[in-house]
Ligand binder design. Structure first.
Ligand code: ZN
Length: 325
């Protein structure tokens, strides 16, 4: 009891001192950075509310966990096609849909031939129309297991809906390089969509100059977003990454095989690009308690984090677009 009291008084004292101190820090800091002013001055890059609405919808039970080859997966495909159309993206090869078959395990089925569908949209570059930056995010997820719907709000409805905002931004701000917006299918079954795209590239593998992969950018307890892959290419490490710092979320590089952490080099759709020698950066968070569980829901998304992560991606694209010549 006594211990606790002393502890409480002590805690209050510390809290008070910390508060006084933080006021001071804020005072000095505000001469260089005022978050309120910063926000007002910041240009509106895309419709943030629309992005959140899209995420809420794509991660709702309507899509039954977006399993490849299942009804919910096809519904997600059609929703993305509709979004690409509305955004005014061009078709790449006469269609928004790139279908392919692969031998694999369909979700909770035996090994079988599975048909999957990437959704691809396109904006032509003003200066380098024959060089392509691929902005990608997988839209498939785990479907329904034991009567539970795995809605995959973070994994990876978050990345898919960020693609829509990037598309709307780049429709207003024509890029120098051509851009392919790729919503991959069958990532959860072994990166199949990205693999098929890279190996059967519509525009020629040599013309793919960079892949920015978005997979799980909706939340992180430490307010930290990882950028993986910069260690493989000097221009990414020394030019691109330093140019995209955020004052709202922590950006960390790593998880690419050199820091003793889980190596994500082949953990998501950037893998097939890297295998083909194409530079990539992967943006994503470390696994959270809801990762690959039926609790990965829209309600657990940190909306501010998610929007800021998307803005980081806009900046990453812009830097890449002026960096590659
Ligand atoms: Zn994922």
């Amino acid at each position: 009891m006594t211990k606790l009291k002393i502890f409480s008084v002590f805690t209050i004292l510390i809290a008070f001192l910390a508060f006084k101190n933080s006021e001071k820090i804020l005072e000095t800091f505000s001469t260089t950075y005022d978050p309120a002013k910063q926000d007002k001055a910041a240009p509106i890059l895309f419709d943030e509310n629309q992005q959140l609405e899209d995420l809420k919808y794509l991660s709702s039970d309507d899509f039954m966990g977006r399993a490849t080859g299942h009804k919910g997966g096809l519904k997600a495909r059609d929703f993305i096609v509709e979004k690409f159309q509305k955004l005014g993206l061009e078709k790449l090869n006469g269609s928004y849909i790139q279908s392919f078959d692969f031998k694999g395990k369909s979700h909770h089925d035996k090994p079988t031939e599975v048909t999957a569908h990437n959704v691809l949209g396109f904006i032509k570059g003003s200066k380098y129309p024959d060089q392509y930056i691929v902005l990608g995010a997988h839209y498939d997820h785990l479907g329904v297991k034991d009567g539970k719907i795995f809605n995959g709000a973070d994994d990876n409805a978050s990345g898919t809906c960020a693609l829509f905002s990037l598309a709307s931004y780049l429709k207003e701000n024509q890029p120098k390089h051509s851009v392919i917006f790729a919503a991959w299918d069958a990532e959860e079954l072994g990166l199949q969509g990205a693999k098929y795209f890279v190996e059967n590239s519509i525009v020629g593998q040599d013309n793919l100059i960079l892949n920015l992969n978005i997979d799980m950018i909706g939340r992180n307890a430490n307010n930290e977003l990882y950028i993986c892959g910069s260690r493989y290419h000097e221009e990414l490490k020394f030019d691109l990454v330093p140019a995209i710092q955020s004052n709202k979320i922590k950006l960390s590089t790593g998880h690419d095989g050199a820091d003793g952490k889980d190596d994500w080099t082949f953990a998501s759709d950037h893998g097939p690009f890297h295998k083909a020698g194409i530079p990539f950066l992967y943006f994503g968070v470390e696994d959270h308690p809801d990762y690959h569980r039926d609790t990965d829901e829209f309600s657990s998304i940190n909306q501010d984090f998610y929007i800021e992560a998307t803005k980081v991606l806009v900046r990453a694209f812009e830097k890449a677009d002026i960096m590659y010549k």
